[in-house]
Design a protein around this ligand. Structure first.
Ligand SMILES: NC(=O)c1ccc[n+]([C@@H]2O[C@H](COP(=O)([O-])OP(=O)(O)OC[C@H]3O[C@@H](n4cnc5c(N)ncnc54)[C@H](OP(=O)(O)O)[C@@H]3O)[C@@H](O)[C@H]2O)c1
Length: 238
């Protein structure tokens, strides 16, 4: 039994959300594949936490892991999913290995579906997934990630009907400075500076910007079947 479970909570936006919920005195379980990453996150979170922090190793793309996770937790009020494996998934379609594309679909889309499947009777409040700006703004080198992100909206609409009164939503972040960028092999700071100048918000997002959006969607009992864009106005750029 835990108040909130964050699948992908060992780093980035999920870790920021864990910090936020613990400060709200909630008990939080963070989930990911790497025991080392979870242990480091737990150590950091425990220093300032008001609520209890737990960790569980699980791969969201494997049904047996997701089933065990929900059996272990028994009941949980809120689930947030920030997990994604996008290793090798950026590049022109001819250069992306099919295994890399499958990993994106397994983690972002099928994993999200598995969470919906095994949430039945266990989740009492809300499920919130994470998509991303490239669902609307593919750039010719991120097609499979964009497709999985776009499909998450339809998944959430379907589950909001099917799992009601559990609420199901999606947060769609713009560019946020997290470790996920480090594997893209680009000059991250230069790209961030260039975009920040053009964004209506005039800056890149922080993990905490996204954590605050998750918190509001979790708390607001009238939001369901919605995609909330938290992107500094990125969708409006020409
Ligand atoms: N950062 C951005 O600019 C941006 C923009 C738009 C959308 N997004 C989306 O936002 C979400 C969060 O990304 P982030 O920036 O916070 O990246 P991040 O720091 O890399 O976080 C992703 C987390 O997911 C976990 N994970 C990966 N595969 C998993 C699996 N199969 N099962 C369970 N956990 C898994 C990772 O831990 P392990 O490797 O230990 O499992 C990691 O802790 C992602 O869905 C990403 O696509 C990010």
């Amino acid at each position: 039994m835990t108040d909130a479970m964050i699948i992908g909570g060992g780093s980035g936006m999920g870790l920021a959300l864990a910090r936020t919920l613990l400060a709200e005195r909630m008990d939080v379980t963070i989930v990911g594949r790497s025991a080392d990453r979870l242990a480091a996150a737990k150590e950091e979170l425990a220093q300032a936490a008001q609520g209890k922090i737990s960790t569980v190793r699980a791969d969201i793309g494997r049904e047996e892991d997701v089933a065990e996770l929900f059996a272990w937790v028994e009941r949980v009020e809120h689930v947030a999913v920030t997990a994604a494996d996008v290793t090798g998934a950026y590049g022109r379609i001819a250069d992306v290995a099919t295994a890399a594309a499958e990993a994106v679909v397994d983690t972002k889309l099928l994993g999200a579906w598995l969470v919906g499947k095994h949430a039945v009777g266990r989740v009492t409040g809300s499920i919130t997934y994470t998509s991303g700006i490239n669902a609307y703004r593919p750039n010719g080198a991120n097609t499979i990630v964009a497709a999985a992100n776009g499909a998450l909206a339809s998944l959430a609409y379907g589950l909001a009907i099917e799992l009601a009164p559990v609420r199901v939503n999606v947060i769609s972040p713009g560019w946020v400075d997290t470790a996920i960028w480090d594997q893209l092999g680009m000059d991250k700071q230069a790209a961030f500076a260039e975009l920040a100048e053009r964004l209506p918000a005039r800056r890149i997002g922080t993990p905490n910007d996204i954590a605050q959006a998750f918190l509001s969607v979790m708390r607001n009992g009238f939001i369901t079947g919605t995609v909330l864009d938290v992107d500094g106005g990125h969708r409006l750029l020409t």
